[in-house]
Design a protein around this ligand. Structure first.
Ligand code: SAM
Length: 230
């Protein structure tokens, strides 16, 4: 595989069309997981190596980061990785085909802490619409952030959205910690939250499983969680 093949390219002709996402991978029958804002790609590459039966797409708006991940993934022979340099909201809203994604990973999304900048945050009702459109029924979203006000805001958005129900919160293996998580792990609380798209049936208000990792609460059995307030 060459670096050119691993990068999904958009042209003036196809920039408004759904990506032929499954066909971008050697085995189009495999489930697709997307890492939104994949950063330097530590998580993406570790997961792809561990799960050859899953196709992984990393999306980030920084071209330099995407290129570096591409070089490493080619060197490591990760045929099940593809990369897209794109705004995550645009990709989920316009480019990702409907009912095509098994899992979204959204780790340490930019929190935009100043009130006047919060409109730039990824999570809002419109992004939830894009998740609902593109996830397969039962498909999951896993989120982690060290910015607890943003965590609480996201938890509220999810709780208010009857299309989604709580899902088990995964804790990453050591090699699957993202680059940002390595900065914060055991030094700062990390909010984790997982939810999935309802399979079918009547919509009822759901509560969200939300776990914060408590750095004080580690023992030799690994991290414990506490429920987030609200
Ligand atoms: C705080 S870093 C976290 C990176 C990685 N997920 C991790 O945990 O190490 C946020 C990443 O999201 C990317 N990013 C921020 N906003 C984005 C957007 N709207 N679309 C795509 N990528 C975005 C940034 O370029 C950066 O690489």
């Amino acid at each position: 595989m060459h670096e050119r093949e691993i990068m999904l390219k958009l042209t003036a002709e196809n920039v408004l069309d759904p990506l032929p996402l499954a066909d971008a991978f050697p085995d189009p029958g495999h489930p697709i997981e997307i890492d939104m804002g994949c950063g330097k790609g530590r998580f993406l590459r570790a997961r792809a190596l561990r799960n050859p039966g899953i196709n992984y797409l990393g999306i980030d708006r920084l071209l330099g980061r995407i290129r570096k991940i591409g070089k490493k993934a080619v060197r490591e022979g990760l045929d099940n990785v593809r990369l897209l340099r794109m705004d995550a909201y645009y990709a989920a809203t316009y480019l990702v085909p409907s009912a095509s994604v098994s899992v979204y990973h959204v780790y340490f999304p930019d929190p935009w802490p100043k009130a006047r900048h919060q409109r730039h945050r990824l999570f809002n009702e419109a992004f939830m619409d894009a998740l609902a459109r593109t996830l397969v029924p039962g498909g999951a979203v896993h989120l982690a952030t060290d910015h607890l006000p943003y965590f609480d805001a996201i938890a509220q958005i999810v709780r208010d959205d009857a299309r989604f129900v709580p899902a088990p919160v995964p804790f990453p293996a050591e090699d699957e910690r993202t680059d940002f998580e390595l900065l914060f792990y055991e030094r700062k609380p990390i909010g984790r939250l997982s939810f999935r798209l309802r399979r079918a049936g009547p919509a009822v208000a759901g509560t969200t499983v939300a776990a914060r990792e408590d750095p004080e609460a580690h023992d030799r059995h690994g991290p414990r969680t506490c429920r987030a307030p609200g």
